[in-house]
Design a protein. Structure first.
Length: 689
């Protein structure tokens, strides 16, 4: 039934979009003819024109979904755009490292798996899909990609969307979305090469490309290596950790990408991209005081990801007032986890030891249709399909297969009401169908889970008002859903849980009020208030004393404020700060708290320029205490990290930098029982050609 309704919705939306376009186009044509008969020629309504490639150098426009700014319709200003210059300036060399410079974002560490992720206003990674050039790349099984494995050297920008996220992204944007946009060459030959050496390892990168007018090519590579990170000198040894280099904290990551694009004319573009990532890592053992937490001796011998995707854009119509964008992709993810008996990592004889293998892949695509033919409107519709496949087994057991199909249709219109006021209205319908879900019975024979479907409707509306020169106020409301993952429904959580195939989507109504003022290119200020009313939240409910089950029982509210500002304080001195306050109430279980997210987070920096290309920057990041357990029994304490960076541009091609992170060598944890790196001193060199 749900699939039938989805197909009807697709056909109905196509029909509505076509009728509106034809009617308004006919009206506009008639008005033009009348004006011509009267001898008066009226100015033709201009469609929104996106910034040219020269203005946004090296940005791969086809990879963007949510338009941040255009010359006419202003797009969604509630999203945050971090360009490659900001990424390099603040040493955001992996994706989680940008959290300090964007308000509302915090770093989330799952120490037991040695994974780093991002939270947006308290929502964890499964509520925040990750995209690369508009292609979903989050892991099919649980939606938790290890973002610490994604370097940013090959990116032109990162777009972070929060509560009011475009319906054109597709499903599961309950807490927002993050889209990494790759580079697109502009010159006949261009590129950069460089790297960094620090006390914990080294990293290097290379980008090279050519644009020959009718076609372009971009190649990128990066490599990250660490034999382990150093703990603070003041660290007190424990049974599992004697200090110095953190036990079993090694990692290696390599990433390679190739992109070939065709640009037959000024409006059309076709691009094919291939990306390969390989990694391996260890998981440092737990060193905390919680007796319920097990010490794990885990290593991941491989973490391999491959992606092939195509992005296209074709303008149609006599006046090129319509366009068609397509995204087709195949993404595979394979990893292995080995659990050992002890810290020697040499034997697997205990019952807790195993060799587990995961093999996931995703295939799908999206079609986006848009038109500017309706005066003062930018009307867009997107259709999405994503097929998720997951295979898992422990050595000696048969393979268990899982397959789910996810469909989404979204319709969005940006309407200029007056010269100062515009609105963005959208609605989407998401549908998930479980095709295959297998289990093992007591004799290790394959059996099947129940396979119910689920769906959600997501309407949203935002108003944006331009105030004077450079001011913009907004008020938005968005109803969002998050479809439960394969892991949510079918995992036994290593013997600690019962599956629940009948889980329903989580729901949230996201409200936001904000104001931003750009005084000039450098002096800005922004304030945003947000409130999330969350229902059917998936929580763990103990059905017997030793086992729990995921159930839709949560009624939660999250609200807070974000502040940010930057300015030239005095001559040659530039500074900025951001602050986030987040409050959480579990209305169903008042004693439970939000885990892994500080209530207060702040970041401040000062940059002094001795000369235009020689500068020194000091920055500080503060995070208040975050709870590691919902019952407030254990927490990661508050911490403040001081950093410094000196950069010198030798000539128009070369620059070098030296600096330090955690300059005060403070002991701190993001996840209780998993201490972070101490003082890290680094030196880097970058060369542009």
């Amino acid at each position: 039934m749900g699939m039938v309704l989805f197909i009807r919705g697709v056909l109905y939306s196509l029909f509505v979009m076509l009728v509106l376009s034809v009617c308004f186009a006919g009206t506009a044509l008639a008005q033009a003819e009348d004006a011509s008969d009267d001898g008066v020629v009226e100015k033709k309504e201009e469609k929104p024109v996106e910034n040219t490639q020269e203005e946004r150098k090296s940005v791969f426009d086809l990879g963007e979904i949510e338009v941040i700014s255009t010359k006419a319709n202003s797009g969604n200003p509630t999203s945050v755009q971090v360009d490659k210059e900001e990424l390099r300036k603040f040493e955001a060399n992996t994706l989680p490292e940008l959290t300090k410079i964007v308000p509302g974002l915090t770093t989330d560490r799952t120490g037991a798996r040695n994974e780093t992720m991002i939270r947006i206003r308290g929502f964890d990674q499964k509520h925040i899909p990750i995209y690369l050039d508009g292609i979903p790349i989050y892991v099919p099984y649980d939606g938790y990609p290890d973002l610490g494995r994604f370097t940013t050297y090959d990116l032109s920008e990162v777009i972070v969307s929060k509560g009011f996220t475009s319906v054109l992204y597709g499903p599961n944007t309950m807490g927002g979305a993050i889209n990494m946009v790759s580079r697109r060459p502009v010159e006949e030959f261009e590129g950069n090469i460089g790297g960094r050496v620090d006390t914990n390892g080294y990293r290097s990168y290379l980008n090279a490309g050519t644009n020959q007018g009718a076609w372009y090519f971009q190649g990128s590579a990066s490599y990250l290596n660490s034999d382990g990170y150093h703990l603070p000198d003041s660290y007190d040894a424990t049974t599992e950790e004697d200090g110095g280099v953190r036990e079993n904290s090694y990692k290696q990551d390599s990433k390679y990408s190739l992109k070939l694009g065709l640009t037959p004319n000024k409006t059309d573009e076709y691009s094919l991209t291939y990306i390969y990532q390989h990694g391996e890592k260890g998981t440092p053992p737990y060193t905390g005081t919680n007796p319920a937490e097990k010490v794990r001796y885990w290593r991941w011998p491989y973490w391999d990801k491959q992606s092939v995707y195509m992005n296209t854009k074709t303008a149609v119509g006599a006046e090129k007032d319509y366009y068609i964008k397509t995204r087709l992709f195949f993404d595979s993810f394979k990893n292995a986890l080995n659990s050992y008996d002890d810290a020697t990592y040499s034997s697997q004889n205990f019952g807790s030891s195993f060799r587990s293998n995961y093999n996931d892949h995703t295939v799908g695509g999206a079609i986006e249709l848009g038109t500017y033919v309706i005066p003062n409107n930018a009307l867009k519709m997107a259709l999405h399909y994503k097929g998720d496949y997951h295979i898992e087994h422990n050595d000696g057991d048969p393979n268990q297969h899982f397959h789910e199909d996810i469909y989404s249709i979204g319709l969005e219109d940006t309407i200029d009401i007056t010269d100062q006021l515009y609105c963005i209205a959208g609605v989407s319908y998401d549908y998930i169908e479980t095709i295959k879900a297998e289990d093992l019975d007591g004799s290790n024979n394959i059996v099947s889970f129940d396979k119910p479907s689920a769906s959600g409707v997501n309407p949203q509306l935002g108003f944006f008002y331009r105030v004077g020169e450079g001011g913009l106020a907004h008020a938005t409301a968005a109803a969002k859903t998050r479809l439960p993952s394969i892991k949510d429904k079918f995992s036994y959580k290593m013997g600690k849980a019962y599956p629940n195939p009948s889980l329903k989507p989580e729901k949230s109504i996201n409200y936001e009020l904000g104001y931003k003022q750009d005084f000039n290119k450098t002096d800005t200020m922004e304030v945003t208030f947000f409130y999330y009313d969350i229902s059917d939240f998936i929580e763990s409910v103990y059905v017997i004393p030793t086992r729990y089950q995921n159930q839709n029982v949560g009624n939660v509210e999250q609200y807070g404020v974000e502040l940010s500002a930057s300015a030239n304080l005095v001559e040659n001195l530039f500074g900025g700060f951001n602050y986030t306050h987040l409050h959480y109430n579990n209305l169903t279980s008042p004693s439970q708290v939000l885990t892994d997210t500080p209530e207060n987070k702040a970041f401040v920096f000062l940059q002094y320029k001795f000369f235009p290309d020689i500068w020194l920057m000091i920055d500080g990041e503060y995070n208040s205490r975050s709870w590691d357990r919902t019952d407030r029994s254990y927490n990661a304490g508050e911490y403040f990290l001081l950093g410094a960076k000196f950069q010198c541009k030798v000539n128009e091609h070369a620059s070098f930098n030296v600096g330090a992170e955690n300059l005060l060598d403070q002991e701190y944890e993001i996840d209780e029982g998993y201490p972070e790196a101490g003082r890290t001193v680094y030196a880097g060199l970058d060369f542009t050609f």
